[in-house]
Design a binder for this molecule. Structure first.
Ligand code: UTP
Length: 417
């Protein structure tokens, strides 16, 4: 008990430095186990890091003399039959020789969808119903059958969904996938900050923390031995995507073959940005560095600029489908990617000690993005694909990326053939 008292006093003094003593408001109501849990959590959180991020995010970073250049890209539907055949056969050779692995980044909170449980367990309302994880698994199984192999499948989880995700796979018997080819690894987390600049409690004994963005995938893979595992298996190419796009080709020999043929180390699939005024993240070079940048930084001329063949220069947007050569991953894993601030809806314990679910976003979350790793490379292969062929993400119930639309696109692609 003396120790607990001492730890309590130390934690209290520590919190005082950051004006966060409110996190101990309900301490006296906790049982011993909960007290210990809260004190341990306080000792483990890097308060300096989170408040530095918060302070830095208050001011807009203006990059002086911004120079923006377009990037070359390939349009899938403009490739000839010969080209399609050629690139595809190269990709197929690589996949068939077991040099290809898939990483599913499933550590997000899915706050917009507001579904209780890991987003990958959300079921698409098709006949029979299938969870997002099952749909991904079916894409993989189809490729395994075609190439007579088993593709290693690495799934990134997070503090809030790791145990639930693993339990779900167990319950579903891994959808028949050989379980020795499925690996879960947990990404890191950071505390959330409310609009008054304070950390929040999610339980009386627990500070709310959440995954720190899909850019953490590289560091987490290294930390949990995933990169070593891939190397042991002689994997050469690793495909990364999210958990919620139900029609994305996650084993795409054309994309892979094109990247290999053009001798690139990284690649992304893109979509054509149809409405020039939409606020999207577009592929470009910013001050000489590869990036995905907010289209608001483009001038009006750039927004409609075309090359000599009549192709738009700044209209390729991100659909979260990236390919990295294994040799590039070690390098990225040791680099700190920049943090971005997102505003998200998160339940919290209010001043009366009651749990409150807000109607709208109430907390800042600090996240790194996988695409910020592009800036470490000089070149990227971009393959522009068609929206109806590869883009049906589920993001929320009311916006354009809702489950109904995803279902229609899924059925159109796979059921009405
Ligand atoms: P989103 O940007 O759509 O975020 O993630 P989200 O967390 O799923 O949903 P919202 O914004 O809270 O509604 C795109 C992909 O990146 C993964 C997500 O799981 C999703 O597959 N992701 C996101 C992570 O793996 N970790 C993170 O920290 C964030």
């Amino acid at each position: 008990m003396v120790n607990m008292m001492q730890s309590y006093e130390t934690a209290k003094q520590f919190l005082a430095q950051y004006n966060q003593e409110h996190l101990l408001n309900f301490y006296d109501e906790l049982n011993n186990e909960e007290k210990e849990q809260l004190i341990n959590q306080i000792c483990q959180i890097d308060f300096k890091q989170i408040f530095d991020l918060y302070e830095a995010s208050k001011t807009d970073k203006i990059i002086p003399n911004l120079s923006i250049e377009p990037l070359p890209y390939t349009i899938k539907k403009e490739l000839s039959q010969e080209e399609l055949k050629y690139y595809t056969s190269i990709g197929e050779g690589c996949i068939a020789s077991q040099k290809y692995a898939v990483v599913t980044m499933a550590g997000g909170q899915g706050t917009r969808l507001g579904y209780k449980g890991p987003k990958g367990t959300f079921e698409l309302d098709i006949e029979p119903k299938k969870s997002l994880f099952e749909i991904l698994c079916e894409h993989l199984k189809e490729a395994n059958e075609k190439y007579h192999i088993t593709i290693p499948w690495y799934i990134m989880t997070s503090i809030y969904n790791d145990a639930l995700t693993k339990k779900f796979f167990e319950e579903k018997n891994f959808f028949g996938y050989p379980r020795e080819y499925v690996y879960f690894f947990k990404q890191s987390e950071l505390p959330l900050i409310d609009v008054s600049g304070n950390l929040i409690l999610e339980e009386l004994y627990k500070i709310k923390e959440a995954s720190n963005g899909n850019g953490d995938v590289f560091a987490s893979m290294k930390q949990h031995g995933i990169l070593d595992d891939m190397k042991k298996r002689r994997i050469e190419w690793v495909f990364f995507s999210g958990v919620d796009n139900v029609i994305l080709e996650i084993v795409d020999p054309l994309f892979l073959g094109l990247t290999i043929s053009h001798k690139k180390l990284i690649a992304s699939k893109t979509l054509f940005k149809e409405n020039v005024e939409d606020k999207d993240w577009i592929f470009a070079k910013k001050n000489g560095k590869l990036c995905i940048m907010n289209s608001c930084h483009l001038t009006d001329e750039m927004k409609i600029a075309k090359d000599e063949n009549g192709h738009y220069l700044y209209r390729d947007i991100n659909l979260l489908a990236h390919l990295f050569h294994i040799s590039s991953l070690d390098k990225i894993a040791t680099v700190s990617l920049p943090y971005h601030r997102a505003f998200k809806k998160n339940a919290f314990v209010n001043e009366e000690g009651m749990k409150e679910i807000p109607e709208s976003p109430n907390t800042y979350k600090f996240e790194t993005f996988i695409f910020d790793a592009f800036s470490l490379f000089d070149e990227i292969e971009l393959l522009r694909v068609e929206k109806e062929d590869e883009f049906a993400p589920i993001k929320d119930f009311n916006g354009i990326h809702n489950p109904e639309v995803a279902k229609e696109l899924y059925e159109k692609k796979y059921c009405l053939k």
